[in-house]
Design a binder for this molecule. Structure first.
Ligand code: PBG
Length: 348
């Protein structure tokens, strides 16, 4: 659209300073910003606690609330400590939680067997939370990394390569175990080809047709996962994740991943990270008619915590603007470590 109204410039040879070079403007955008009420009336993007998903780190044991040094104000919780915390968050309106297990090293192996073992504390925690809060929505992470002695999301072959098709049955087992425990939404974060279809089929064959899949559709090989890997001690023991996570330089490729996930039966799609990838959120939103979520990852949150701690940023304003921008780009829901703080702000 051309801004034609700027053409009409009146040069008035007046001595009155206020009238010199006055433009004749029939459109003045500032009129729609002139009061709090008018600004609220024309606000295009809304964000509420119903849009938030809170990522939570779990640890086996009792009486544990360990702060994650690279992610201040976020903790590894034992389930007994977590329950009162979740209760507080639910009172703030946060209904959905994404759970991640911090597994002890001696329980990790190459094939991630602990991920679907009966005694897995993560599966027990899912059960306890669902029993305690029947209205809660629980989401899981499906990938080998928290359980893998190699620290990779897929099975590592003898030559160091990540084996795609051999990984799928493990992801299936993990998903079924989580479904059995009562999970509402499975979150495959591993980026193996074909995993959404494989997991969907495994769930359906076992009678879990109501369990949803929120696929990590466009998950990029990002520098912003550092604090998360600290929290779970899950960094790759060798190599990097670039043969399965996407190249940050690529945008059209996200459409291929999205089309596959959609056709394989994903109920919702995720873009991860969020802040550097707002264009990808918008792209998927414009091209697919299922909900799109944004994962505001650990490193993105850590940057704000650090700057706010130094007094370089206003924390409340910064997190509000960040989360709003993700909704504006098209995210229906947002996974964020700011969930509790932001929900608290919304209540004020
Ligand atoms: C594991 C997984 C990761 C994150 C979510 N699931 C780390 C990774 O892929 O290395 C990162 C989340 C965050 O940084 O907050 N597959």
């Amino acid at each position: 659209m051309k801004l034609r109204f700027f053409k009409k410039i009146i040069k008035e040879p007046s001595l009155n300073l206020h009238r010199i070079n006055r433009y004749s403007m029939n459109i003045r955008p500032r009129r729609n910003r002139k009061s709090i009420a008018i600004r609220a009336m024309v606000e295009e993007t809304k964000i509420g606690s119903e849009h938030l998903i809170y990522p939570i780190f779990l640890k086996d044991g009792k009486n544990i609330k360990e702060e994650i040094s690279s992610l201040p104000n976020n903790f590894r919780w034992s389930i007994d400590q977590l329950i009162p915390e979740v209760e507080k968050c639910m009172e703030l309106g946060i209904m959905t939680y994404d759970l991640f297990p911090a597994v002890e090293e001696h329980l990790k192996d190459k094939t991630a067997t602990y991920s679907y073992a009966d005694e897995n504390f993560y599966l027990h925690a899912i059960r306890t939370l669902k029993e305690t809060f029947p209205e809660i929505v629980l989401m899981s992470d499906v990938a080998l990394d928290p359980y893998s002695s190699d620290g990779h999301d897929g099975l590592v072959g003898l030559d160091g390569r990540i084996l795609n098709d051999e990984t799928l049955p493990i992801l299936n087992k993990m998903s079924i175990a989580q479904a059995q425990a009562g999970i509402d939404i499975i979150g495959p974060s591993d980026m193996m080809d074909g995993r959404v279809g494989s997991i969907r089929e495994a769930l359906d064959l076992n009678g879990y047709t109501d369990v949803s899949i929120m696929s990590y559709t466009a998950k990029y090989a990002s520098a912003f996962y550092g604090p998360f890997r600290d929290a779970l001690n899950s960094a790759p023991k060798s190599g990097d994740k670039k043969t399965y996570q996407m190249n940050p330089a690529n945008k059209r490729e996200a459409l291929i991943e999205a089309e596959l996930d959609f056709l394989e039966g994903a109920d919702m799609m995720m873009v991860k990270p969020a802040l550097c990838y707002l264009d990808i959120i918008q792209l998927l939103k414009d091209n697919f008619n299922i909900p799109i979520t944004a994962y505001n990852v650990s490193g993105e949150c850590a940057m704000v915590y650090a700057a706010a701690e130094k007094g370089w940023l206003n924390y409340d304003l910064a997190i509000s603007e960040m989360l709003l921008s993700m909704r504006r780009a098209g995210a229906d829901a947002i996974l964020t470590y700011f969930a509790k703080d932001f929900a608290t702000l919304l209540k004020k």
